[in-house]
Design a protein around this ligand. Structure first.
Ligand code: AGP
Length: 610
């Protein structure tokens, strides 16, 4: 999720761009840059690292101009380095472009443009678009027209801004899938990916919809569709509560990220489902599939929430691919001299890609000649760079310390990998197609659960003063019980434990009384009857029971105090749904208790220390 800012008016654009980029830095950054048009020249200044690094450079090399664009990058294609930082310019050095989104057909466009003599400097998908605009600009000589014609060839998502030194009085913006807001000032206009970047300058805004582009001059603004039809401008006024704006109106990043999950699950699957063949395509491990299938051992290593995702992977891969899988805490793995060799595949899972214990596990596994693959969210992170191959989550920057959307994207990506490997071995095409169709329904099913959030908030109110919680699940939902307990304890500071439900009788049942709420994941699956028995054991000891159940299961309501329903899905995909109510339960309890939900005490978003 990159940050985009643009300005056209009579003031110096650079301070406005820098201030706007700083407002967007929370979205995740790894590099930043600005470009302005001054006189008939296009100037560009880029820097890897924080916005403050770019600001320091601009103190050395002052850039002026009353037309400019700025970008803070969260890498999706290409390393987060200076070369790949935006803005990107064309061969003539006259056109500069910034982009938020993913251009899915960039490779073929790049090949065609290179065949026409265009020189590329970066690994990014974005650069293909600026050269495509250049190609059309050569013929049209009008930036608006060239941008329009180029965008008609683009497959994928974009929020872009474009300037050209031959046209110092126009700023072009366009949107398809990535937000663009236009700020309306007094003889000056702004564009941004997020109102936070421009709210300090104007409260009057209008938003681009998909397949629309804006043509901004110093004294007027027009909006058209990509196929050149005029669009009426609807001006809105925004609140000045900047803090709220950065969270898109949510009180906390964690709630925003929980609510984003229909979209982030979709993004994690984007371009990776092969419907006709009933399988998945994962470019990052494409060349390693044989080594995976013929591995003597597959071992997962991770920490915290990512370790829970690894446990789910163990169940999935052993069920559908019939390869033995082990899971280890990275902090244990790295110190216990694991038995590895070149026939062992080690997977590490890490949202941040910087967790010290997990990074150490990577290095130890490589030292022992194992192949190491990484499942990360942050492109170009240390773990992503040091593993032999890997898969990115593409769920966007996760700001809240408690991991939510990264977990569901991890499980989604692991299910795609399981499907891919299973279809290379014993799974039939028809079974594979069934799974692909079910995967496609998950975003809507998650949305249905999120729509019931106020009922979960009510339940949270009843239990916010509890001192302890027990979370119980079986099979695929045993790791979900662990994850639900972790969510609660790390943001509400209530002690919570997750257990396999059947283990309760081996000790934890001694804890059950009327003060011990027990959360059961009791979906209609192969262990449902056993779970009902466990619930009856708890109720017999006056324990309060909150059940996560399958829509349509009326019976369970007679056995528990509260029932939170989720839509039915395939058993191995239930964790992607059953975790949602547990994320919300933890969030609301913590919020009711007045905890610092986004930055809980003693915790860090990425534990880069041992
Ligand atoms: C999860 O909510 C916690 N923030 C923590 O357990 C986290 O999952 C763990 O530190 C691993 O982080 P990583 O995925 O970035 O490696």
């Amino acid at each position: 999720m990159c940050g985009i800012v643009g300005y056209i008016g009579s003031r110096n654009a650079v301070p406005i761009l820098l201030e706007g980029l700083k407002r967007l830095e929370y979205r995740g950054y790894d590099s930043a840059g600005i470009s302005t048009v001054t006189g008939n020249k296009l100037l560009i200044q880029k820097r890897s690292g924080k916005i403050s690094e770019l600001e320091r450079e601009l103190k050395q090399r002052e850039i002026l101009g009353t037309l400019g664009i700025g970008h803070t990058r969260w890498a999706t294609h290409g390393e987060p380095n200076l070369e790949n930082a935006h803005p990107h310019d064309d061969c003539t050095g006259k056109i500069a472009l910034i982009h938020n989104g993913i251009i899915e057909n960039f490779a073929i466009l790049k090949r065609e443009l290179q065949a026409k003599g265009h020189q590329f400097k970066t690994q990014t998908d974005t650069e293909a678009l600026v050269h495509l605009i250049e190609e059309f600009y050569k013929d049209d000589g009008l930036l608006e027209k060239a941008v329009r014609e180029a965008l008609l060839l683009i497959k994928g998502t974009y929020g872009i801004a474009v300037i050209c030194s031959d046209e110092p009085d126009v700023l072009i913006a366009a949107r398809n899938g990535s937000p663009i807001v236009l700020g309306i000032g007094e003889k000056e206009y702004f564009i941004a990916s997020d109102v936070a970047a421009i709210a300090a300058h104007t409260r009057n805004v209008t938003y681009l919809d998909d397949n629309e582009m804006a043509i901004l001059h110093r004294d007027n603004l027009s909006i058209k569709t990509i196929d050149d039809r005029p669009v009426a401008i609807r001006v809105e006024r925004i609140p000045f509560d900047l803090d709220k704006i950065e969270k898109s109106g949510y009180p906390h990043f964690m709630l925003k990220e929980i609510m984003e999950q229909p979209q982030t699950i979709f993004d994690s699957m984007r371009g990776r489902l092969l419907e006709d063949e009933g399988t998945a395509k994962l470019g990052g491990i494409q060349n390693e599939l044989e080594s995976l299938l013929y591995a003597r051992r597959v071992l997962f290593s991770a920490c915290g929430t990512s370790w829970h995702a690894a446990l789910i992977a163990e169940y999935m891969i052993e069920e559908f691919v019939r390869i033995p899988v082990e899971v280890e805490y990275a902090s244990e793995f790295r110190y216990r001299d694991p038995i590895l060799d070149r026939d062992t595949i080690v997977f590490v899972i890490s949202q941040s890609g910087e967790t010290a214990d997990t990074l150490a596990a990577v290095r130890e596994a490589k030292r022992k000649r194992a192949k190491v693959f990484g499942i990360c969210n942050v492109v170009g992170s240390t773990i992503a760079r040091e593993t032999d191959a890997g898969i990115y989550l593409h769920c966007g920057p996760e700001i809240g310390v408690a991991s939510t959307k990264a977990f569901t994207s991890q499980v989604t990506v692991l299910s795609l990998m399981t499907l891919l490997l299973a279809r290379m071995t014993s799974m039939s095409a028809s079974r594979g197609r069934e799974i692909v169709q079910e995967l496609k329904t998950l975003p809507d099913k998650i949305q249905r659960i999120l729509d019931g959030n106020h009922y979960i908030e009510q339940i949270a109110g009843e239990y916010a003063d509890s001192q302890n919680f027990l979370y119980l699940g079986r099979g695929y939902n045993f790791p979900v019980a662990l994850e639900g307990a972790l969510k609660l304890k790390e943001i509400s500071y209530i002690h919570a434990e997750g257990y396999p439900a059947a283990e309760m009788k081996h000790g934890p049942i001694a804890l059950i009384d009327e003060n011990m709420p027990v959360v059961f994941i009791a979906t209609k699956d192969s262990t449902y009857e056993k779970i009902i028995s466990n619930i009856e054991e708890v109720r017999a000891r006056k324990g309060k029971v909150i059940a996560i159940a399958t829509e349509g299961d009326e019976y369970i309501q007679t056995k528990v105090d509260h029932t939170i329903y989720i839509p039915a899905t395939l058993e191995f995909l239930t964790p992607i749904l059953t975790i949602i109510p547990l994320q919300l339960l933890a969030y609301y309890i913590a919020a009711i208790r007045g905890c610092d939900v986004d930055q809980p005490r003693n915790l860090a978003k990425s534990v880069t220390v041992e």
